[in-house]
Design a protein around this ligand. Sequence first.
Ligand SMILES: Cc1cc2nc3c(=O)[nH]c(=O)nc-3n(C[C@H](O)[C@H](O)[C@H](O)COP(=O)(O)O)c2cc1C
Length: 374
Amino acid sequence: MHTALCDRLGIEFPIFAFTHCRDVVAAVSQAGGFGVLGAVGFSPEQLEVECRWIDEHVGDKPYGVDLVIPQKYEGMGEEDPKKLEEQLQKMIPLRHREFAAKLLADHGVPELPPDQKHHSLLGWTAATATPQLDVALKHAKVKLIANALGTPPKDVIDRVHSSGRLVAALCGRVHQAVRHKEAGVDIVIAQGTEGGGHTGEIGSMVLWPQIIAAVAPTPVLAAGGIAKGTQIAAALAMGAEGVWTGSLWLTVEEADAEPAQIDSYLHATSEDTVRSRSWTGKPCRMLKNDWTEAWEGEDAPKPLGMPLQGMVTMEAVARTSRYAGSGQAQRVAFNPVGQVVGMMKDVRSCREVILELAQEYVDAVERLQALTPG
Ligand SMILES: Cc1cc2nc3c(=O)[nH]c(=O)nc-3n(C[C@H](O)[C@H](O)[C@H](O)COP(=O)(O)O)c2cc1C
């Protein structure tokens, strides 16, 4: 499973693991893969704490940090996070806030204690992601900066490159991959529709080879729907230089998640996900539940754009997470995950998952070799 990217990053397996959980980042990198910390939910101060913790627990292994600077979003151009937040708050209709509040109340999800202030504006803008980048670049073991939902701005690419690191960017369409390459992105992450989180409409099996051909020789990581080493073999057979996974790490031993949420994932089938704009404003794959259905209803307001819808729903994320086990909180909780959720049936350590992926990969390669005469 050794590709050129393994040498460039100093890793054993080209298995990239996206996660919001620092324990998973450290454990995956320690096991020979490449852990990537999603920064979107962290303030710059908290991100500093997380990176420092990973530095202390990852040994001499590298890891990455993932930002979200979308190609388009409301309030684009405003670079002061405080002013941007004030400007955006005024754009949110009362009807959206009331609709979200009623859904929570109807499902018996308690209010937050008055002193529990939740984030209002996540790192879903250039203004909020830039301070996160400043933090990430202070940590020597961070060897890769990834960006979701758009081509990273030129100054971000330049800063990462001049610090001697690599830039990766996700995409779900061929033209986006070409735009990444033309902007100077080092690694293109091609994510098929089956993936968890924000995702496009084209299936991995169809998307990966098109993007690999369109951006060659730029390395491509195959993403969306990977839970088995046999799928890694398929991706590498198509010319990918590695795989980028996300859902798989939601139910590992090291994952920091509410038991009720892990339970929802472990009991779901591949038919239980939906692409919905109801949490973030952009199509995102998650478990279907009363929340996703309600926002599709005839009486529902149309979800706002990013980051406005996220500002409407942020309190719901905080309340359903804090009170995950009470009332019917899981029926209105945000459970982003891909179709591979139907293959996630037990809780194992990151090391066990990585070793099993490697073993399944070897089995697949041997199976193919046995089919090749001579
Ligand atoms: C819970 C969850 C949250 C995600 N959040 C982000 C994110 O903040 N930034 C990002 O680049 N990708 C995010 N993704 C997408 C992953 O990076 C990855 O591309 C995707 O999970 C791959 O498909 P898979 O889920 O089938 O493995 C998220 C995925 C999940 C499951």
